[in-house]
Design a protein around this ligand. Structure first.
Ligand code: CAA
Length: 241
């Protein structure tokens, strides 16, 4: 029987590539999304992957959404915590709202999504939790005190939970993408992207969403059963940990 995978933020950007790659690898996939109905419906039409709308920053919405996915597809074996937002601003201009929205989605969202699934994974003795952090959680990024803090928090969460899951057959790992050619990165002012960011990437280009998706497929597989608490950096050589 195919395993069930749930991808948050799974209908756009890196998440869409992850959903598609997991489906191609034989998983039954559910793609969560938060806001863009039009893009989500187009994604569903194009890929045949069902989409589910809820906000990962809301615990009850996550619990209800997961219950619906499990009623439709079966118990979730693989959780990919990919949903994330940016509210970039220099710190002296950053508002409490910009701080709070990013922490609630990019950090607390991992608690909200993983917690309702954790007991079931423990009981069944199998689970894969794959957290999409960021290069900017590893190195910090000017204009992103909120995002860098949340993404660094995701790595701490990954390492702590990996220790709890290990004896129960659950692996918990993180991927830190560098700058990938998605809408999120294209939203960076063009001058900053071309003059400040791309020149810092030794391979000389932005990454492709599929390059992250392939890391996810590997970490989800049985072949990766001995890998837990680890971080895969996929950043074109921009930062070595
Ligand atoms: N790297 C290097 N320098 C940067 C930079 C970056 N990422 N972002 C901004 N700067 C520099 C600017 O070039 C500028 O320098 P100069 O004054 O010498 O020209 C200075 O910082 C101030 O920037 P702005 O003039 O743009 O100031 P602003 O207040 O109008 O805007 C900002 C600030 C909102 C942070 C804007 O610069 C910005 O959006 N920067 C990009 C921040 C960034 O890298 N975000 C990552 C988004 S992608 C992502 O998050 C995915 C992921 O995981 C990698």
């Amino acid at each position: 029987m195919s395993r069930v995978a749930l991808v948050t933020g799974g209908s756009r950007g890196i998440g869409a590539a992850i959903s598609v790659a997991l489906k191609a690898a034989g998983y039954k996939v559910a793609a969560n999304y938060a806001g863009n109905d039009e893009k989500a419906q187009a994604f569903k039409q194009e890929t045949g992957i069902p989409v589910y709308k809820w906000d990962v920053s809301n615990y009850q919405a996550c619990a209800d959404g997961i219950a619906q996915v499990e009623a439709d597809l079966g118990l979730v074996d693989v959780l990919v915590n990919n949903a994330g937002i940016t509210r970039d601003a220099m710190f002296h201009k950053m508002t409490p709202e910009q701080w709070g929205e990013v922490i609630s989605t990019n950090l607390t969202g991992l608690f909200n999504m993983t917690h309702p699934l954790w007991s079931g994974m423990r009981d069944r003795g199998f689970g894969r939790v794959i957290n999409i952090s960021s290069i900017n959680g590893q190195k910090g990024q000017m204009g992103q005190a909120n995002y860098s803090a949340a993404k660094a928090g995701d790595l701490g969460f990954t390492k702590a939970l990996a220790q709890e899951g290990a004896a129960k057959g659950i692996t918990v790992n993180a991927i830190c993408p560098g700058y990938i050619g998605t809408e999120m990165v294209r939203a960076v002012p063009e001058k900053v992207l071309n003059e400040r960011i791309i020149p810092q990437i030794p391979v000389g280009r932005l990454g492709e969403p599929e390059e992250i998706a392939r890391c996810v497929v590997f970490l989800a597989s049985d072949d990766a059963g001995f890998i837990t608490g680890s971080t895969i950096s996929a950043n074109g050589g921009q930062f070595f940990v």
